[in-house]
Design a protein around this ligand. Structure first.
Ligand code: GLP
Length: 242
């Protein structure tokens, strides 16, 4: 595990975007696993800048998103489809046919998960998976539990997760109760994991995830088992590592 701590958000964003851009420059048909949430927004902004300056092209890249809410219309402003268009896809040359986000409105959600799994199995390996961290230690939408699932599946969201995400909705009652998420097994198969964590409110859970026992009660703790985990932190999130 390599941990990089940054004193400014800008440096962190540039470092994150730099790692992704360098991968795509050397491997134009790279497979990227993408995350949503507030954490990666600045990194996506830097990637868009790099694209606009002609430093990187995404036209041959394939992308797989980690998760999506169940039951939000695709064009709902808080759907992860909308998020990805707003923060990344509408600004770069990514090929729509190589962009995949779980469909949380599929008539048959089980079949949607199965087909997402089949597609991911068809890809030899995700080259780089971006990850944020939930306040309860979740990754994607893999919530703390007695056991975790390997592949993409339907989850019921923890109250804590819905509370954390209520800031994006008129009220907590508007936050979806379920989501589709890649499983921890799928996440761990990526060649490289880029975990990005910001803010004092994540310091404790981050410290527990990276230095505490490996337990399904803290899904991010399983990242300790990955041979190529790179962690980008701001000073507030990294407070307990000093
Ligand atoms: N499903 C997403 C995760 O993929 C994200 O990493 C996490 C942290 O979100 P944020 O970056 O907004 O703190 O929670 C969300 O609910």
């Amino acid at each position: 595990m390599i941990i990089h701590q940054f004193s400014s958000q800008q440096e962190l964003n540039e470092a994150g975007a730099g790692i992704i851009a360098a991968l795509v420059q050397t491997k134009p048909d790279a497979v990227l696993g993408l995350a949503t949430g507030s954490t990666p927004i600045g990194i996506y902004e830097e990637l868009v800048k790099a694209y606009k300056k002609g430093r990187v092209s995404f036209k041959s890249v394939s992308t797989y998103n980690l998760d999506e809410y169940v039951g939000l219309p695709v064009d709902h402003p808080e759907s992860y489809h909308s998020y990805m268009n707003q923060h990344l896809f509408s600004h770069i040359d990514a090929a729509p046919e190589r962009i995949r986000i779980p469909n949380g409105n599929a008539a048959d959600l089980k079949e949607e998960c199965a087909s997402y799994n089949r597609e991911l199995e068809g890809v030899k390996q995700v080259d780089l998976q971006i990850l944020g961290l939930g306040h309860n230690g979740h990754i994607g939408f893999n919530e703390p539990a007695d056991s975790l699932q390997n592949g993409t599946h339907l989850v019921e969201l923890d109250h804590k997760t819905r509370e954390a995400n209520a800031r994006f909705f008129p009220s907590i009652d508007d936050v979806p109760t379920h989501a589709l998420t890649m499983g921890v097994g799928t996440i761990l198969k990526a060649k490289m994991l880029l975990l990005v964590v910001r803010g004092a409110d994540k310091a404790e859970i981050l410290h527990r995830a990276l230095t505490g026992p490996i337990t399904t009660q803290c899904p991010a703790s399983l990242l300790q088992t990955h041979p190529n985990l790179v962690v980008l932190l701001d000073a507030e999130a990294g407070r307990l590592f000093q």
